[in-house]
Design a protein around this ligand. Structure first.
Ligand code: URA
Length: 235
């Protein structure tokens, strides 16, 4: 990789022009290299790069958990609405992360953001049946017959028969529920409730595969996944 690309894209030190200036000013040092030029070819995994004497860590991918607020769309660019990418702190902007899957504009909760296309593909592939757990509030109590219908596979408005899913009523009022699904059709949870004559008034994603929404992560905030969380998703 060209040195200016590593410094700019790989380490997020600014534009190519910015990093050229840094090289010129002697702010960059690389073990074993005496003279540095922007076009110098370096192995990003093998070199030790110091900026103002501080060792930088190169990594190709980043994995972020966002506690998505309502009113934000699961996209990277939009002319009308704020996007999940707008909530990513500047220090990650050079990674060009994107959301893995979509939550509706009014859905809150767990949103995974990464630039790892292979992992995203694996998690979204319909053949992998990745588990997703939602907390939902429904406009009326759910019944035992709804639970059975979810278990048997709900037929959506377009005729698609969903895979068996789990519906668990929480508390005695039975209008607060957990729903576990293993696929990701457009507006799936809302449409499943519509199919049994009910509507979702609040929806929050709590879990995707092994990855739980961090209860300590405030709405609208982002944190990096731990090594264990990343390994669990890749498993
Ligand atoms: N199902 C929905 O209906 N909406 C979401 O945002 C996610 C799942």
């Amino acid at each position: 990789m060209r040195l200016d690309k590593l410094l700019s894209n790989g380490l997020g030190l600014g534009s190519r022009t910015d990093v050229k200036k840094m090289i010129k000013k002697g702010r960059i040092r690389i073990d074993g290299l005496d003279s540095l030029r922007p076009e110098t070819a370096v192995d990003p995994f093998a070199v030790s790069v110091y900026v103002d004497g501080v060792l930088m860590r190169y990594r190709e991918f980043v994995y972020l958990m966002l506690n998505k607020p309502q009113g934000v769309i699961s996209a990277t660019h939009d002319t009308r609405h704020r996007t999940v990418a707008d909530l990513v702190p500047d220090e990650y902007s050079h990674f060009d992360v994107f959301p893995v899957g979509r939550l509706d504009i009014d859905t809150e909760g767990l949103c995974l953001l990464t630039n790892d296309g292979a992992l995203s593909h694996k998690l979204l592939s319909p053949k992998n049946h990745i588990e997703k757990l939602y907390y939902a509030e429904i406009n009326m109590p759910v019944t035992e017959s709804d639970v059975k219908a979810f278990r048997g596979g709900i037929v959506l408005d377009d005729g698609y028969k969903c895979m068996p899913s789990e519906l668990i009523a929480l508390g005695s009022e039975k209008n607060k529920v957990h729903v576990k699904i293993f696929e990701g059709k457009f507006h799936q949870v809302k449409r499943m409730f519509e199919a049994v004559g009910k509507s979702v008034v609040y929806l929050k994603r709590l879990k995707m595969k092994n990855l739980m929404l961090d209860k300590a992560l405030p709405i609208g905030e982002v944190r990096e996944l731990t090594e264990a969380e990343i390994a669990g998703l890749k498993d």
